[in-house]
Design a protein around this ligand. Structure first.
Ligand code: CA
Length: 228
C-alpha cells in the first residue's frame, strides 16, 4: 500500500486548500482539482488510493457524474462524496452511483480522516501496521520510526518515502515510481530530489552501520533490505 494517494475534486477554494493541507499533514499525497473535467482527466490517467468528490461543481457539473464515469471505467478505489446537502435522497443517489461513503458539509476534519481510515480497512488486504527490517521498526499507524531503542525523527516526506519503500520491499523502486507516489502529480520534482531525500533518510537511519538499510540498485532504483 505505502503512501496513500488521493484525488480531491472540490471547487470551494478555502475548503479544498484546507482539506489538501490537512491530508498532507497526515502523510497523504493529494492532487486537488477544482472542476469536474480536470478531476475526471486526473482520475483517468493516475492511480489513486482514494477519490474525494464534491457534488456541486462549476458549470452545473455534479461529482456523482465523475463517480459514475470512473466506476464505469473500472476504477475500484474507495470514493467518498462531499456535499452541502444532507437529504436522504442525495445520499442514496451517491451510493447508487458507486460511491462508498458520504460526508455532509460542514464536517470536522477529524471526521474525514476517520472515514478514510474506515474505508482503508474495508478492502480485502488488511494494512499491516508495524513493519520491521532488522532493527528498523516502522509503526504505520502512529507514523513512528525506531532503530533499536532509538527514536528516529523524520520529516513528512522522508517518512512517506520510507513507508513506501517498506511496503514495496519485494521490488526495486525506481525514482520515477517514488516521485509519482510520494510527491504530488504536478509538483516539479527532479530525480535529483529523490537522491537528496534518500541521502538524508540514510543519514538518520543508518548511524554507524556498515551496510545501509536502503540498498541502491544501480540503474534501477532503491530497495529496503529485508534483513541487515
Ligand atoms: Ca461545490
Amino acid at each position: 500500500m505505502g503512501v496513500m494517494k488521493i484525488l480531491l475534486v472540490e471547487d470551494e477554494l478555502k475548503l479544498g486548500k484546507a482539506i489538501k493541507a490537512g491530508l498532507e499533514q497526515d502523510s497523504y499525497a493529494v492532487d486537488w482539482l477544482t472542476t469536474a473535467d480536470e478531476g475526471l482527466a486526473y482520475a483517468e490517467t493516475e492511480v489513486y488510493d482514494f477519490i474525494i468528490l464534491d457534488r456541486m461543481l462549476p458549470d452545473g457539473k455534479d461529482g456523482l457524474d465523475i463517480c459514475r464515469t470512473v466506476r464505469a471505467q473500472g476504477v475500484t478505489c474507495p470514493i467518498l462524496m462531499l456535499t452541502a446537502r444532507g437529504e436522504l435522497s442525495d445520499r442514496v443517489d451517491g451510493l447508487d452511483s458507486g460511491a462508498d461513503d458520504y460526508l455532509v458539509k460542514p464536517f470536522a476534519f477529524e471526521e474525514l480522516l476517520a472515514r478514510l481510515r474506515a474505508l482503508k480497512r474495508r478492502p480485502e488486504a488488511a494494512v499491516q501496521q508495524i513493519l520491521t527490517f532488522g532493527d528498523l521498526r516502522i509503526d504505520t499507524t502512529q507514523k513512528y520510526v525506531t532503530v533499536g531503542q532509538q527514536d528516529v525523527q523524520l520529516s513528512r516526506k522522508e517518512y512517506a518515502l520510507l513507508e513506501y519503500l517498506a511496503h514495496h520491499s519485494d521490488q526495486i523502486c525506481s525514482k520515477d515510481q517514488l516521485i509519482e507516489h510520494i510527491w504530488d502529480f504536478d509538483a516539479d520534482i527532479l530525480p535529483n530530489t529523490v537522491e537528496v531525500f534518500i541521502r538524508s533518510l540514510r543519514k538518520k537511519l543508518d548511524g554507524s552501520r556498515s551496510e545501509s538499510y536502503i540498498e541502491t540498485v544501480r540503474g534501477f532504483g532503491y530497495r529496503l533490505r529485508r534483513s541487515s
